[in-house]
Design a protein around this ligand. Structure first.
Ligand code: OAD
Length: 250
């Protein structure tokens, strides 16, 4: 089957499906100019996750961590959603039960119009207090007075999940339930290497879902999927959307 045949097959599955869950990763934002983590020139090939994405790294050098996050926030603030994000947002609007779970912290799904996005790894745009978890929407790095939480004087940090940390409980539980209930599961632009997110397609598969992967490269998941579309998200998702709209006369 070539990629277009596979897209037609996926559309047929979507037409018959009651519950679809899509899990996205950094690859979905690559066409918006945001670096992925594990590709050849990805962030983890240039930066140390232990220094920049762990509690220990933050405690050792908060200024270094803040300046890296500020660098990434600046890139994200100057980026726009791409055709993949827009197609996912529209699919969600026209399918009765389409849930979007993301590992991305860049907010581009929401910018493209997706609603109720389940953010498993937090958001780089928000900050929070280490001690009392109060959310701080303001940018911290440019404002000394924000470095300590107004509520409890604790240290403020980016509201993202770092290595060794638990995922937000409500979000991961909801994502697991949705994966369990889904009859079609789409894994888009993720290397499927980071758990527990990487378990979601397997939960879906064990419970009878058809699992589809959209990724130009092979991943840890590729051997287990039912359909592998070897295209970029910004190519595949608009093709799926257009074919789906044609079939439902929208
Ligand atoms: P990775 O960098 O691990 O994987 C990105 C995947 O996207 C790779 O498999 C690429 O082949 C694929 N890809 C690249 N461009 C693409 C495109 N245009 N369309 C479709 N796929 C494309 O990123 P994630 O799987 O998201 O954690 O990484 C998971 C987590 O690891 C991240 O959320 C981050 C990181 O440490 C935290 O920040 C907590």
């Amino acid at each position: 089957m070539d990629n277009l045949d596979k897209i037609n097959k996926v559309v047929e599955l979507i037409l018959e499906s009651n519950n679809i869950t899509a899990l996205t990763g950094a690859g979905v934002s690559a066409e918006s100019g945001i670096s992925t983590f594990r590709d050849k020139n990805g962030l983890w090939s240039k930066f140390s996750p232990l220094e920049l994405a762990s509690i220990e790294g933050f405690m050792a050098n908060p200024e270094r961590v803040w300046s890296w996050y500020q660098y990434r926030v600046n890139i994200i603030n100057n980026s726009n959603p791409n055709d993949g994000h827009f197609a996912l947002a529209e699919l969600q609007k026209i399918h009765k039960n389409f849930s979007l779970v993301t590992q991305n912290v860049d907010g581009l799904h929401q910018k493209a119009g997706s609603e109720n996005v389940i953010e498993l790894h937090g958001s780089i745009i928000r900050n929070k207090c280490f001690d009392c978890n109060q959310i701080h929407e303001e940018s911290v790095i440019n404002n000394e007075s924000l470095n300590n939480c107004k509520a409890c004087n604790g240290l403020i940090r980016p509201d993202v999940v770092w290595f060794g940390e638990m995922l937000p409980e409500k979000e991961i539980k909801l994502a697991q339930d949705l994966s369990f209930q889904s009859d079609v599961f789409l894994s888009i632009g993720t290397s499927a290497e980071v758990y527990p997110a990487a378990d979601l397609p397997l939960i879906a598969k064990r419970n009878g879902a058809v699992v589809v992967e959209v990724n130009p490269e092979l991943t840890q998941l590729s051997d287990y999927v039912d359909i592998k579309i070897e295209l970029k998200s910004g190519e595949a998702m608009p093709l799926i959307l257009e074919e789906y709209k044609k079939r439902i006369n929208k």
